[in-house]
Design a protein around this ligand. Structure first.
Ligand code: NAD
Length: 492
């Protein structure tokens, strides 16, 4: 049920039931849970609160649909994705408003996410038609080796709240292209965009049972039911490293294929020769996109001693000028954090850094509004042992640490259990090459603060995850290789 106030604002006929086997259906218990707007604290909607019985219905639907779906032609699957891409773009304003309402990001960023999220459907509509195999001959010339690719089978898809549309399309797109059916559990804080997406895919012609969405306020039993079902052949998870580890343990039981897009702790390194204007633009982009609530967010800023005063002063000024407020207002540049616990966590991390000697350069004014706001903050002289250096801040706080040498900063940057993204600002090609090789991460931005792109293989190393989403390799996560040996008879 969408609340009356939200309906007039969002102008949406969004269904808030579970989506199973092509039908909108209430939870078997009849239960619902509320979805809140983090900027206003108003309840936007009550969505179906699925449990194990619903998880069972969903996985059975995915199992029943798998063989028929795998037998569809690549062009059929491509056309559905392409149609969904067009519908998403047609509804940009509506989807952006929905995301801003349930997640808090400013409307301009929400519109950007609609374009970015939709592009995964366009990209994988093109990839669907190019699932190529391989053919070769054994080295002794006796056998032909034929390599073909097949869909993995029913997949479990779990997404976080920070990019409600794109985290879904980044998994659903390749799964559809590859011919896999799915059970999908979006984050309980932002289920509305996922439900809108399910409606769009049905409208685009996705057959019943291919995508089944279960919203729930109790993710653990629902997901565990799928993981232990023996039906699901793959888990694709985006979220925290701690939950990713739980799911990897569960995946081990049935030896399921696993893709894990987990937490990050990106270093943002500014060398003394950097173009400072560009570095400041990049720092704002890498730090403030999504209010800092991104796995790729610049978490540790390392700035060379020669330029640190200039850089920090200018960054603090830019951060102080950002307009904080309800993302639905056109002028807003920084929205609220997702929930009170996020604000408390950021506050504790900042206090810890200050206690250890860090200095605050920004005005740090309290935001006098009901939502979960935290002011954009720049800290300098952040010591290495500050908690925020080894924790994802997930908020609008930029901690700056001074460095002197390349060796020192590369060592510090790599001193992390995570390895998702890193950013380097320099005009020296040799240095750019060295940092790109030596930083232990899956993605490096050289003179850019944004690395995400549907055409690129997104993902991390170390405890940031397993596998890649997007790019040429993204579809491989949903395909099994099969090799057929055939003796060569007659003339070789
Ligand atoms: P989270 O791990 O708390 O939740 C992610 C999803 O897992 C949600 O759908 C949640 O309901 C579900 N979940 C929670 N506990 C579970 C359990 N015991 N069993 C099964 N499912 C469970 O993460 P979050 O707070 O939603 O998102 C923030 C995290 O996601 C950050 O660590 C961020 O870095 C990471 N993230 C990573 C990427 C990436 O591509 N690497 C992208 C976005 C976010």
């Amino acid at each position: 049920m969408i609340t009356a106030a939200a309906r007039t604002k969002l102008n949406t006929g969004l269904n808030t039931d579970l989506f199973i086997d092509g039908q909108w259906t209430p939870a078997s218990t009849g239960a619902t849970f509320p979805v809140e707007n983090p900027a206003t604290l108003h309840v936007l909607a009550h969505v179906a609160d699925g449990h194990v019985a619903d998880a069972e219905r969903a996985i059975q639907a995915a199992a029943a649909a798998q063989a028929g779906w795998a037998a569809t032609s690549p062009r059929q699957r491509a056309d559905i994705l392409r149609a969904a891409y067009e519908i998403i773009l047609d509804r940009t304003d509506e989807l952006a408003a929905l995301m801003t309402a349930e997640m808090g990001k400013p409307l301009a960023e929400a519109r950007g996410e609609v374009t970015y999220g939709a592009e995964f459907f366009r990209w994988f509509s093109e990839e669907a038609a190019r699932i190529n195999g391989d053919s070769t001959t054994t080295t002794d010339g006796t056998n032909r080796i034929l390599v073909t690719k097949e869909p993995v089978g029913p997949c479990v898809l779990i997404t976080p709240w920070n990019f409600p549309l794109a985290m879904g399309t980044r998994k659903i797109g390749p799964a559809i292209a590859a011919g896999c059916t799915m059970v999908f559990k979006p984050a309980e804080l932002t289920p509305l965009t996922a439900l809108a997406l399910a409606g769009i895919l049905a409208e685009a012609g996705l057959p019943s049972g291919v995508l089944n969405v279960v919203t729930t306020s109790t993710p653990a039993p629902v997901v565990e039911h799928w993981m232990s079902s023996g039906i699901a052949r793959k888990i694709s998870f985006t979220g925290s490293t701690s939950v990713g580890k739980i799911l990897l343990r569960q995946a081990a039981e049935n030896v399921m294929r696993s893709s894990m897009e987990l937490g990050g702790n990106a270093p943002f390194i500014v060398l003394p020769d950097a173009d400072l204007d560009k570095a400041l633009d990049g720092a704002i982009a890498a730090k403030m996109r999504n209010m800092g609530e991104a796995c790729t967010a610049a978490n540790r800023l390392y700035v060379h001693r020669d330029i640190v005063d200039d850089f920090s002063r200018r960054l603090a000024k830019r951060m102080d000028q950002l307009i904080v407020g309800d993302g639905a207002a056109d002028t807003t540049q920084v929205g609220p954090l997702i929930e009170q616990a996020a604000v408390t966590k950021v506050r504790i991390l900042v206090q810890d850094a200050i206690t250890r000697g860090a200095r605050v350069l920004t005005a740090n004014e309290t935001i006098d509004q009901p939502g979960y706001f935290y002011p954009p903050t720049v800290l300098v002289d952040v010591p290495a042992d500050a908690e925020m250096n080894s924790t994802e801040i997930f908020g609008p706080v930029a901690p700056i640490t001074i460095f002197d040498t390349d060796d020192e900063v590369i060592r510090a940057a790599n001193n992390s259990a995570w390895g998702l993204a890193a950013y380097v600002y320099t005009q020296d090609l040799d240095k750019a090459d060295r940092y790109s090789r030596e930083l232990e991460v899956g993605m490096v931005g050289i003179n850019t603060g944004i690395v995400s792109n549907p055409a690129a293989p997104f993902g991390g190393i170390k405890q940031s995850g397993l596998g890649r989403e997007g790019g040429r390799v993204g579809i491989d996560e949903f395909l099994e290789y099969k090799y057929t040996a055939m003796p060569i008879t007659g003339r070789r």
